[in-house]
Design a protein around this ligand. Structure first.
Ligand SMILES: [Zn+2]
Length: 252
């Protein structure tokens, strides 16, 4: 089986001492592709060097948690990096009602990145936390040639359908494997498989039962796929094939 992790942060310092081993382990298990999402201009050089070294896909963007007071300067650096490094996508970018810069500032920076997506004809990797309403508003007010993904999607079936109707994929991560994630289980059962893609968001993303964050590996997408297969009553192989093709299609 071939696997594609549509969203990870393998460039994070968490992997500093065992990055090579992790990537090798992923490749030996058929995880052929992974996209490393960007967070802020000060990390782009390191991120891109690593992606070139290991032949990984990457997106460049400004994450809402990383916006500082000099947003125009950050956006200028992002555009220069897009021209220089030619990423597969813009991101991650978006809106977060829980954490990050002021919401108005987040909206401006998100909007500017959607315009870069338009200008450079690149798909967008969107971070949306408790902000679907505003993200939908932004997406409805701009016409993008290439669409993108709502990464780590968590929301209602109705919101899921709205994003899919706007041409977006939903990135499904390890949160799906929780027994209590009923809302997400429902989404995964009802949205056509072609619109779901797998992501680990590693090393972030998994809270254990005691509420402590447990680091994840890109290989956690295989567990996500098993859960999707179980919920939809199809084979894991089908999930692997369809999600691999859709992710490839989105980013190439
Ligand atoms: Zn991320």
């Amino acid at each position: 089986m071939r696997w594609f992790d549509s969203h990870c942060h393998i460039d994070d310092d968490f992997y500093q001492d065992h990055r090579h081993e992790i990537i090798q382990e992923c490749q030996s298990q058929g995880l052929q592709r992974m996209l490393v999402a960007g967070t802020a201009p000060q990390y782009f050089v390191k991120q891109v060097a690593l992606c070139e070294q290991f032949n990984l896909d990457f997106a460049l963007g400004i994450h809402p948690w990383f916006i500082d007071s000099d947003a125009p300067e950050m956006l200028e650096q992002l555009e220069q990096a897009i021209e220089k490094f030619k990423p597969q996508a813009i991101g991650e970018c978006g809106l977060d009602k829980i954490k990050g810069a002021s919401f108005d500032m987040q909206k401006d920076v998100f909007r500017a990145q959607l315009k870069l997506s338009q200008k450079y004809n690149l798909p967008v990797v969107i971070h949306s936390v408790k902000a679907h309403k505003w993200v939908i508003e932004q997406l409805q007010s701009i016409s993008l040639n290439r669409k993108g993904v709502i990464h780590g999607f968590y929301g209602s079936k109705e919101q899921a359908h709205t994003f899919v109707n706007l041409g977006f994929k939903l990135g499904i991560g390890p949160f799906l494997c929780r027994a209590t994630a009923h809302k997400l289980h429902d989404v995964v059962k009802h949205i056509p498989l072609e619109n779901l893609i797998l992501e680990s968001d590693s090393p972030f993303g998994q809270m254990n039962r005691k509420g402590i964050m447990q680091p994840t590996s890109p290989l956690s997408i295989i567990e996500v796929a098993k859960k999707i297969a179980e919920l939809r009553d199809i084979t894991v192989k089908q999930v692997a094939e369809v999600t691999f093709e859709s992710t490839l299609d989105l980013f190439s």
